[in-house]
Design a protein around this ligand. Structure first.
Ligand code: ARG
Length: 476
């Protein structure tokens, strides 16, 4: 991020003009200048900074601190600067420390003394707090759009595979047959909660700090409701000390991002397993895979592996922000300058991972026959046999024992349960197991029997996936 930034000029003496050094007897140490500067990363906030400044100028006009002409000169100047930055021609200067000072300095260069009035009744403390909130609000909205797209892909794929059979696992050991659609809808449920958390975080993000000034408020009687209205904030931060020091909203966001990446990482672990030779449940399009530099036959699932790995970053960013805030006395401290890089990184990482999965998920191809064969192995319908015995009035624990013995015989014979004779299943010439057992020992019988809210039956998956698609339609 440091390209396009003019480093401090060491050959000419530094003037104090615009550098807030009126009370100092010497220029800033060169290293300190670099060390304390944030323009390398906070210039990313230029749109928000300019929007905040324009709102502030309009508010100052409303409370008669600026004349109409002064306000429009400032607003025009800021809009020109916005265009210049957008076109990539703006000369960012390290000695001007941050995005705020760079833009304000440029405004004064362009419009003269009127530009010096913009900072009336404002501090960089409430300015940066406002900028980050505006930035994060926009980021949350973009992430929500991307996340909803993914929810749609999952529900659509789940509908398509509402009756596709696969083994379900516990302890990564084959457990019971499930439908692939049901598994996809489990992912859907995880992500849907993540997006709920994101929406909740947005509520606390969307409050206005501006007007808090450095920490105590300002004697100009700022019209903060008016500022909130212009900038689209739902509410105004109610305490000026808290307004400039609060970064809870950023911590919350990083927590949401970390948890979402934890979920995505779990899905990706499954994608990696399922696409392996050993499982061969799915294949991913070649354009999402990479080759090996030495083994010509390899098709590596780099994209899901990377997403799995990136959860480390988002966890780290959350931890960085929590640690940054711990022990800070009220109100603003320079420590807070360190909030931006972790926050930006969590936003970018989550955005990239959602984009990658939006490309990948709709294009995974299930090998239905292979999934079915895998579900047939491992006595996945043993629980169904126990449930069958319960229906014949055998207490579940006794049924569990009887079925355990039947599985033992099946292992010895090297045969699946449904291939055993009634005599073999009962372990005696006659017993509670009769001819009707064979219908429930099939994979289809097993999944269809779980036909209740939250169960794996194809009819339930269809219901859940269609309801999810309707919810999505309503939210758009
Ligand atoms: N660059 C600073 C930050 O990111 C802006 C606020 C500076 N305020 C101050 N009093 N030095 O937090």
């Amino acid at each position: 991020m440091t390209e396009n930034i003019t480093p401090a000029d060491t050959t000419t003496p530094t003037t104090t003009d615009g550098l807030l050094r009126g009370r100092f007897a010497e220029a800033t140490d060169q290293f300190v200048e670099q060390f304390t500067a944030s323009v390398g990363f906070d210039r990313r906030l230029y749109q928000e900074d300019i929007a905040g400044s324009i709102a502030h100028a309009r508010m100052l006009e409303k409370i008669s601190v600026l004349s109409k002409e002064e306000c429009s000169s400032i607003v025009n100047g800021l809009n020109d600067i916005l265009a210049e930055i957008t076109s990539g021609k703006f000369d960012w200067r390290v000695e001007l420390e941050d995005v705020h000072m760079n833009i304000e300095h440029q405004l004064i260069e362009r419009i003269g003394d009127t530009g010096k009035k913009l900072h009336t009744g404002r501090s960089r403390n409430d300015q940066i707090a406002t900028d980050i909130r505006l930035y994060l609000r926009k980021a949350i909205d973009q992430l929500t759009t991307e996340g909803e797209k993914l929810l749609g892909s999952l529900a659509t794929l789940a509908l398509e595979h509402s009756a596709t059979l696969m083994p379900g696992f516990t302890h990564l050991q084959t457990a019971q047959p499930i439908t692939f659609g049901h598994h996809l809808m489990a992912w859907h449920a995880m992500l849907e909660r993540d997006l709920e958390r994101l929406a909740d975080c947005r509520k606390r993000t969307n409050r206005l700090p501006l007007g808090a000034a450095a920490l105590a408020g300002t004697p100009y009687q700022p019209d903060r409701q008016y500022l909130a209205e212009i900038l689209g904030f739902d509410d105004v931060c109610s305490n000026s000390l808290d307004a400039v020091s609060d970064r809870d909203f950023a911590i919350e966001f990083c927590a949401v991002a970390a948890l979402t990446l934890t979920h995505l990482s779990r899905w990706c672990e499954e994608l990696v397993l399922w696409s392996s030779q050993q499982f061969s449940f799915i294949s991913m399009p070649d354009r999402f895979c990479t080759g090996s530099s030495i083994m010509p036959q390899k098709k590596n699932p780099d994209v899901p592996e990377l997403i799995r790995g990136k959860s480390g970053r988002t966890n780290g960013n959350l931890f960085a922000l929590l640690t940054l805030m711990k022990s800070q006395p009220l109100a603003y401290n320079k420590d807070n300058q360190e909030d931006k890089e972790p926050l930006f990184d969590s936003v970018d990482t989550l955005q990239d991972c959602l984009t990658a999965l939006n490309g990948l998920i709709p294009n995974i191809v299930a090998d239905e026959e292979q999934m079915r064969q895998s579900a047939l192995a491992g006595f996945t319908t043993a629980t169904d046999l126990a449930d069958y015995l319960v229906r014949k009035n055998i207490p579940f624990r006794d049924a569990h024992e009887l079925v355990g013995a039947a599985v033992q015989r099946a292992v010895e014979l090297g045969s699946p349960l449904e291939a055993l004779s009634l005599q073999q299943l009962n372990g005696a010439d006659s017993g509670p197991i009769t001819e009707d057992v064979y219908a429930i020992l099939t994979l289809e019988g097993s999944v269809s029997a779980r036909d209740h809210l939250g169960g794996t039956a194809p009819s339930q998956v269809k219901l859940q996936a269609s309801a999810a698609l309707e919810r999505l339609q309503r939210s758009l």
